[in-house]
Design a protein around this ligand. Structure first.
Ligand SMILES: [Ca+2]
Ligand SMILES: [Ca+2]
Length: 353
């Protein structure tokens, strides 16, 4: 009798896991193929071969690009090379990328840059905040940008027990930022977390005086950015295929105003400075990203969300490709009619719209 109960329980357990795995395959769009949408004037950017996971463009048109991310479960074409930050001046006729020098005293060999965010202080000094995963941990690095020297001076490494599995950040002031946590477990249990959809990921507010979770319950919080008027925060939940529009309060807490469903796995977010539209770098089919096959590579998809705060946001496809040109798009950012699309581990695309 005991054996029968054990077998029944085992069968029920396996059935549950099987059902959850099927659900997970649907959640990550395992059956989706993307329809191409390709602007006329696009070309791959020379010199960016190993990812361009996040892009942040200054109001002056200088774009920072993080490259060389090593992330568990995702391909990397240069596993022995450290990550880098590239710069591209979008005011140039034919912009080229240039790797930024990083000051001595910072461990460049273990540099593993992920999400980035810029901050300009009242003296017009530009700071670049970088999510870093040295030895697969999570830190936030603060750099001062020296425009003339084309270099980054490392100022500070921020670590905190709540700054775990950080994906992206948005800087709000000097040493103040929101950060997203994209998974809860850092070991094999991350699979259980995904299969069971535990929703234990969150948004953290960090400042030297106070660190707190300001929103939680995300399946996997990923890209984060702020509206041009600084009143709203946009957060991508990659496994829930949506964007959360959150209101920012004076005490830094966030409350959810609405969720915009997109049907694609949303990675990093940026805002078009001219229109306030949200640009979302998306993964049309994440199984192709996780089970990389050169014969059937992951595609790319960039969505534009107009009037995100209105009753009916308008969603359009800015770019879509089946992976023949660009694989695993994670971010898109615009500056005066120019579009940059970055990827987790592949190349990057420059388009004149
Ligand atoms: Ca970012
Ligand atoms: Ca991301």
């Amino acid at each position: 009798m005991g054996k029968l109960v054990a077998l029944t329980l085992l069968g029920a357990g396996l059935a549950l896991i099987g059902e959850r795995l099927m659900t997970l395959r649907e959640r990550i769009n395992a059956y989706r193929e993307v329809e191409p949408v390709e602007p006329q004037n696009c070309h791959l950017i020379e010199g960016l071969e190993n990812g361009s996971e996040d892009i942040d463009i200054l109001p002056s048109g200088l774009a920072f690009i993080s490259s060389g991310l090593k992330y568990p479960g995702v391909p990397n074409f240069a596993p022995d090379e450290p990550g880098q930050i590239f710069l591209m001046d979008l005011n140039e006729q034919n912009p080229r990328v240039q790797a930024l020098n990083i000051s001595d005293g910072f461990d460049k060999a273990s540099f593993n840059p992920h999400g980035i965010s810029t901050f300009i202080d009242k003296d017009q000094i530009v700071y670049l905040y970088v999510v870093n995963h040295p030895h697969m941990e999570s830190t936030v690095e603060i750099f001062k940008f020296e425009e003339q020297q084309r270099s980054l001076v490392h100022l500070k490494t921020i670590k905190h027990e709540l700054l775990k599995s950080v994906n992206d950040i948005v800087v709000l002031g000097a040493e103040q930022f929101y950060a997203t946590r994209d998974h809860y477990f850092t070991n094999f249990l991350v699979l259980l977390e995904m299969v069971m959809d535990l929703r234990w990921t969150y948004i953290l507010f960090y400042s030297p005086r106070e660190v707190k979770v300001v929103a939680k319950g995300f399946s996997s919080a990923n890209g984060i950015t702020i509206s041009p008027d600084k009143k709203y925060i946009y957060v991508a939940d990659i496994l829930d295929k949506n964007i959360h529009v959150m209101k920012k309060h004076d005490n830094w807490d966030l409350t959810q105003l609405k969720v915009i469903q997109l049907g694609t796995l949303v990675d990093n977010l940026t805002v078009d400075p001219d229109t306030g539209d949200i640009l979302a770098g998306c993964h049309p089919n994440a199984i192709k990203l996780l089970m990389y096959n050169t014969e059937d590579p992951p595609g790319s998809e960039v969505l534009r969300i107009r009037n995100a705060l209105s009753e009916k946001p308008r969603i359009s496809t800015e770019y879509a490709n089946n992976g023949s040109m660009l694989q695993g798009s994670s971010v898109a950012s615009v500056y005066q009619g120019k579009l940059l699309i970055g990827t987790v581990f592949h190349k990057a695309l420059y388009c004149v719209l």
